[in-house]
Design a protein around this ligand. Structure first.
Ligand code: HEM
Length: 317
């Protein structure tokens, strides 16, 4: 974190969104592979992931153009990118398997994992799938949440000052549990849930209250709407981090908050994400000052809820 903050740009009208993206990617890749991946391969992976994501988005948003993506060769280029990303990870797995050393990272854990029923490890292909999912699921979501957090704090200087006063001198263990930091992060994800929408397919005929749900129906869960519904939160459009303090959390009107989803497919990186965001936020606000530029970010509700830009004035304390 220190290294990253050392190079953090300061000045007027800085778009912090790409910076948060880079940071979140670095955090997840360093946690997956606690080794020095060559800079060139790291950049290659990062570029592939953004390019593949952009292409998937195009296919989701313009399914009627899929024939064109095939004909124009765009689909082929993306399949090759995905193949190359898999090769880079395969090489890391190969090197790891040859090494007698323990790295204590997520890759070690994935390679050491055994199926409960047959005691077998995952195949390399499965490990690669898991790694790619974590790189994708664990990177943009955290970057979006952190960017909106900085925006909201810059818009609410009193909240920012209060937060700064309460978080200096904390150990890492204290930081990841700090109520004030977590309340700010949760309130940001209430207003701007990175996973703003999700879906499920009914596996069998079902019913909920008066709704009949036939098998194969797709149900869309609209988290953004739930989080801003006055039925669920008081003054739902405003930023009030204190609503997430323990003393307030049990109130009746705090019942629909699902930034990480729920049930068996709930985010497996939720604690990781909260910890990385709390640690970053604590370090950042102690080293830097941010003020509003009056710019309101445009919302891009794609696979995740992205800001177009987050323009802030940034200075060192
Ligand atoms: C602020 C950060 C994050 C948010 C808001 C978030 C949100 C979510 C949500 C809502 C889901 C469930 C999607 C569904 O219902 O279909 C999900 C799934 C998942 N997340 Fe996260 N996530 C975050 C960070 C992370 C991180 C850091 C990682 C890993 C390092 C991660 C790994 C995953 C994985 C692997 C799944 C799929 C779980 C499954 O299908 O069983 N996420 N995430």
């Amino acid at each position: 974190m220190d290294n990253y903050l050392k190079d953090f740009p300061v000045g007027k009208n800085i778009d912090v969104y790409p910076l948060m993206n880079k940071l979140a990617f670095e955090i997840v890749i360093n946690s997956l592979f606690n080794v020095n991946i060559q800079e060139e391969k790291r950049n290659e992976l990062s570029n592939f992931i953004s390019e593949i994501q952009d292409f998937v988005l195009k296919e989701v948003n313009q399914p009627y153009l899929s024939w064109w993506f095939r004909l124009s060769g765009e689909e082929k280029i993306n399949l090759e990118r995905s193949k190359r990303a898999r090769e880079i990870i395969q090489e890391l797995i190969y090197n790891r398997k040859q090494s007698p050393e323990k790295f204590n990272d997520l890759l070690d854990m994935l390679l050491d994992a055994r199926y409960e029923d047959n005691g077998q490890p995952m195949s390399d292909d499965q490990v690669i799938d898991e790694i790619l999912i974590m790189l994708i699921a664990g990177h943009e979501t955290s970057a979006n949440a952190l960017s909106f957090t900085l925006f909201l704090l810059a818009e609410h200087p009193k909240q920012l000052q209060k937060l700064k006063n309460g978080v200096s001198g904390l150990s890492i263990e204290e930081t990841v549990k700090n109520e004030a930091l977590l309340s700010v992060i949760n309130e940001t994800m209430r207003l701007y849930p990175p996973a703003w929408i999700s879906d499920r397919v009914a596996l069998a005929d079902d019913r909920f209250k008066d709704f009949i749900i036939p098998k194969d129906t797709t149900l869309v869960l609209y988290y953004y709407g739930l989080h801003r519904d006055p039925e669920n939160f008081e003054d739902p459009q405003s930023f009030h981090p204190d609503r997430f303090l323990k003393k307030n959390i049990n109130k009746e009107k705090q019942k629909a908050f699902y930034p990480f989803g729920a049930g068996p497919r709930m985010c497996i990186g939720n604690n990781f994400a909260l910890a990385e965001m709390a640690i970053f936020l604590q370090e950042f606000i102690l080293h830097f000052d941010i003020t509003s530029t009056g710019h309101t970010p445009g919302l891009k509700p794609l696979i995740t809820l992205r800001p177009d830009k987050i323009i802030l004035n940034v200075s060192r304390n």
